[in-house]
Design a protein around this ligand. Structure first.
Ligand code: PMT
Length: 402
């Protein structure tokens, strides 16, 4: 039975009425819920509604005469096992991203040391604005966990991303988050790279590969299931991000390098499942290349090897797992990468015509580590990912106890 404390922060959007249903669902899952509201949220729904549904007084003021002698806002932040901001307006997200604390909700979020979940709700144009996306990217990097937004018809009549995720989805995300404490990677921080990279040739063209991200995303799901706290650094893919996963979206090999190297030092495991470009035009070409010549020669430069750079960490080196995608001599190349890049483990897959690997739902892996190997049969990537995560947990424990 879950008996965690959820501090629900309601901000001022039309979706505020859905927060009442959310409180009911969370309490049904045995969460203890306390509610705080912004001033504008109170224009949409009354604090009394939340008081009745949560069974607790509702916080609306930063400086509460009844609470301040015990630093009410700080105490509430300490009480929470998780803060959930639903709905979260564009204004709220901007405040969190800039560290503002001029009301109870923003102060609590700034003071919170527990996981903060954010369920955005706003007009689709506001969600798509570059400044909002920059705020979201920054918060993602700081460890905030976004749930949604969903797409569909909005209260304003427009259609697009910006609808608050439905209360059952938000409730399920929190239940899953708190019930994952039992798995083989319980509490471990796992960093996974997934998908392809795009190397710009000019402002409209790029070099890429056939990776769909399915293998990396399946590994993220499996690691979450095993109790891990997962960060997924993903190239451009058409997949929905797993629940309970911090996701950092990147495009180029250089951006992926920067994101992985920033997060890797705090991670217990790094799995490099991304198909990172080995070479890039490294282009700083401001204009579209014109079709004037009969031939065009592109000069390509070797990209930095993310996996080798993580494995070379002198301090805080995560258990480092690489992938090898080969069309021939699978074993020889995989073992070579394992040794040369100083990895703890490598998962090798055949790629190319009629093989698993790229852009398929199924795959098979030949896994090597120093002194051992294991074949994982052709199966769905989700099933395969569970087997690989189990093996990683096993070998990591062996390494830590020897
Ligand atoms: O995404 P899917 O469609 O599901 O396909 C899955 C997959 C085939 C992409 C996946 O299973 C896989 O094999 N990923 C690694 C692909 C690859 O780039 O392999 P490689 O042998 O070229 O590279 C070896 C390792 O070095 C990989 O872990 C790669 O992430 C890493 N690398 C490569 C270049 C670089 N600059 N930095 C790196 O970290």
């Amino acid at each position: 039975m879950i008996s965690k404390h959820i501090l629900l922060a309601v901000s001022g959007g039309i979706a505020a009425y859905k927060a009442a249903e959310l409180v009911r669902l969370l309490r049904k899952q045995a969460f203890d819920v306390r509610v705080v509201m912004t001033k504008s949220a109170q224009a949409f729904i009354s604090p009394l509604t939340f008081q009745a549904l949560s069974g607790h007084p509702v916080g609306t003021q930063l400086l509460d005469e009844n609470q301040e002698h015990v630093m009410g806002h700080i105490n509430l932040a300490r009480w929470a096992d998780s803060v959930l901001v639903a709905p979260a307006t564009a204004n709220c997200i901007a405040k969190f991203s800039h560290g503002l604390s001029d009301d109870l909700v923003s102060t609590l979020v700034l003071a919170a040391t527990c996981p903060v979940f954010v369920a955005p709700a706003m007009n689709q144009a506001m969600w798509n604005k570059a400044v909002t996306q920059e705020n979201v990217t920054r918060l993602n990097r700081d460890g905030f966990r976004f749930i949604g937004p969903a797409t569909g018809e909005q209260a304003c009549g427009e259609i697009g991303y910006g609808r608050m995720a439905e209360p059952p989805v938000i409730c399920e995300t929190l239940s899953q988050f708190f019930s994952r404490e039992e798995g083989e990677l319980s509490g471990k921080k796992v960093l996974i790279s997934a998908g392809p990279t795009r190397e710009p040739i000019d402002p409209v063209r790029f070099i890429t590969n056939r990776s769909s991200g399915k293998m990396g995303f399946a590994l993220a799901e499996a690691a979450i299931e095993a109790g891990a706290i997962v960060t997924l650094v993903s190239g451009p893919v058409a997949l929905a991000p797993p629940l309970n996963c911090r996701i950092i979206n990147v495009e180029s090999a250089a951006q992926m390098h920067e994101a992985v190297i920033a997060v890797a030092p705090g991670s217990d495991v790094y799995i490099g499942a991304a198909a990172v470009a080995d070479y890039s035009p490294n282009a700083n070409q401001p204009e579209k290349i014109k079709k004037n010549e009969t031939t065009l020669i592109l000069e390509l430069f070797k990209t930095r090897d993310i996996l080798a750079d993580v494995a070379a960490f002198q301090e805080q080196r995560p258990f480092t797992v690489g992938f090898a995608a080969e069309t021939h001599d699978l074993e020889r190349y995989a073992k070579d990468k394992l040794a040369k890049k100083n990895l703890d483990m490598i998962a090798a897959n055949w790629v190319g015509k009629d093989q698993g690997g790229f852009d398929r739902d199924q795959n098979a892996l030949q896994v090597y580590w120093k002194g051992g190997e294991k074949h994982l049969e052709m199966t769905d990537k989700s099933q395969l990912a569970r087997q690989l995560i189990k093996l990683i947990a096993e070998k990591m424990n062996e390494k830590n106890t020897t």
